[in-house]
Each structure stands twice: as structure tokens, then as C-alpha cells.
Design a protein around this ligand. Structure first.
Ligand SMILES: Nc1ncnc2c1ncn2[C@@H]1O[C@H](COP(=O)(O)OP(=O)(O)O)[C@@H](O)[C@H]1O
Ligand SMILES: [Mg+2]
Length: 253
């Protein structure tokens, strides 16, 4: 089984009369960043929730490799290497960057198995925390309380907390939200680095950025896939330009 194989078949989510996700079939297998774009209310978050296990689809299947995981919980999926970035509420503000990382793996293990006993030594956890800290570029802030970090650095720490469990697949819903203009490049480079050897699914409304970092872009429109392809293919897709990119987006040279 491909370690980073994740796909869905015929996924729909209905909330009463509203179809938030409409018969979506996509394969996200393989390394690198793939992005989901679309206007507000297009169903992006709901779709990501179906992949992460937070939202049960009304119809369709989610597959990890050949295994049908449609009915499994978010915690079970985390154990199978499907990580999603946690919001800031998962970060302990009074604790340092290092302590947040060190405890992340224990906290995840405890959620999975409350009668958990430590299998990893303090040293092993500390070593892993140091490695992740390096990866997310926060070594310089090792002993800073998390609440004192800039938005961009907090986002990097959230990502680091997810990386502590070493997921093969990362699901990121607008990870740049709240990050200041001057920090966007830095935060994005942390995500790009984390995408090496991993499958990353990114929801992001900054189209210019999406086009630059993604190997594939999926456009959702009213819950359905309007188009999927390379950034070049999406830029030149007539249906996408009419329905979504329109005048808002300058396709560039
Ligand atoms: N739990 C819910 N109950 C009812 N309607 C919902 C729920 N979650 C999302 N929706 C609706 O589903 C549609 C898609 O929402 P969402 O997935 O958040 O879109 P996006 O992330 O693309 O902005 C919207 O019309 C939204 O109002
Ligand atoms: Mg959303």
C-alpha cells in the first residue's frame, strides 16, 4: 500500500435541503501540495472534514490505500497517518514552544488510548521535539511561551504539533488565516518544507500563492468539482475563469 494514498469516491454531504458537497471523486495520492480552492460556501471545509473524519458523508466512500475508512473516527484516522492542523486552542499558551511539541505526542497517544503508558522515553520525545522545532523554524524561540509568538510562528507551532505524530497526510484548512502580510512567505515555506515526503491538502483563498506552491489544484463550485489539474491548466480553464476566477484574479503572463 502506498503510504500516502488517500482518495474518495462519490462523496456527498447534505445538510437538510442543502448539498454542501456534491458527488466528489478525487485521488490525492502522492507527495507534495495539492490545493482545494473555490468561493466562500463552496464546500471546501466540509469536504476536508469528510477526509479527516470529522464529518460523515451522506453518500460515498473515503479510502486509505485499499481500505474503506469512511466510518472511522478522526482519532482513528490520525493513528493511520492522516493529520490535520489544529487551531490555536490546542496550543498551551503558557507553555514554551519546546514543551508544546514534547507534550503533543503524549497528548495524541492519550486521546487514542486513555490507559496509555509511556512507550517512548523523555529523551526520545525531547529529541523528536527538537527535530520538529528545527523543521518548522522555531528553534530560535525554543523557550518562549507560545502565547508570546507572532501569528505566523503560532501557525508554525500548530503545524509542528501535528507533525509530532509524523502524519503521512496533512490536511490544512486556511493555515494562513490571521497571518500578517509580512509573515506569509515564512509560514508558507514551513508548509512547503513539511510537504516533502508527505501528501498535503491545502485550502487557501490566496490564489496567487496556491498557483505558486501546488502541483495540483482542485476547484470546488457549489460542492462539485468544477475542474482539477495543474496550476497552468486551472488558469486557462474557461469554466473556472467564468465561474470563479473572473475579474478577481489576474492570470499573469
Ligand atoms: N454543520 C452545518 N450545518 C448546516 N450547513 C452547513 C454546515 N456546515 C457547513 N454548512 C453549509 O455548507 C456550505 C459549505 O460550507 P463550507 O464547507 O464551510 O464552505 P467553504 O469552506 O468552502 O467556505 C455552506 O452553505 C454552509 O453554510
Ligand atoms: Mg471553509
Amino acid at each position: 500500500m502506498n503510504a500516502a494514498s488517500l482518495r474518495c469516491e462519490g462523496v456527498s454531504v447534505r445538510f437538510g435541503a442543502l448539498t454542501a458537497v456534491d458527488d466528489v471523486t478525487l485521488d490525492f495520492s502522492g507527495e507534495g501540495i495539492q490545493s482545494v480552492i473555490g468561493p466562500n460556501g463552496a464546500g471546501k471545509t466540509t469536504f476536508l472534514n469528510v477526509l479527516s473524519g470529522r464529518q460523515r458523508p451522506t453518500q460515498g466512500r473515503v479510502l486509505r490505500g485499499e481500505r474503506d475508512i469512511t466510518g472511522t473516527s478522526a482519532h482513528q484516522r490520525a493513528r493511520e497517518g492522516i493529520g490535520r492542523s489544529f487551531q490555536i486552542t490546542q496550543v498551551f499558551g503558557g507553555m514554551t514552544v519546546f514543551e508544546n511539541l514534547r507534550l503533543a505526542r503524549q497528548a495524541a497517544a492519550f486521546r487514542l488510548q486513555p490507559f496509555w503508558r509511556p512507550v517512548e522515553s523523555y529523551e526520545a520525545l525531547a529529541e523528536r521535539a527538537e527535530a520538529v522545532m528545527e523543521e518548522i523554524g522555531l528553534t530560535r524561540l525554543r523557550d518562549q511561551p507560545a502565547e508570546q509568538l507572532s501569528h505566523g510562528d503560532q501557525r508554525a507551532l500548530e503545524l509542528g504539533i501535528t507533525l509530532m505524530t509524523d502524519p503521512a497526510i496533512l490536511l490544512l484548512d486556511e493555515p494562513l488565516a490571521g497571518v500578517g502580510e509580512q509573515e506569509i512567505e515564512q509560514t508558507m515555506s514551513v508548509i512547503t518544507r513539511a510537504s516533502r515526503g508527505r501528501t498535503v491538502l491545502l485550502i487557501e483563498h490566496n490564489i496567487g500563492l496556491v498557483m505558486r506552491v501546488s502541483r495540483r489544484v482542485v476547484v470546488l463550485h457549489q460542492g462539485a468539482v468544477l475542474a482539477a489539474g495543474t496550476p497552468e491548466e486551472i488558469r486557462s480553464n474557461q469554466a473556472v475563469r467564468e465561474a470563479y476566477l473572473g475579474g478577481e484574479y489576474d492570470a499573469g503572463p
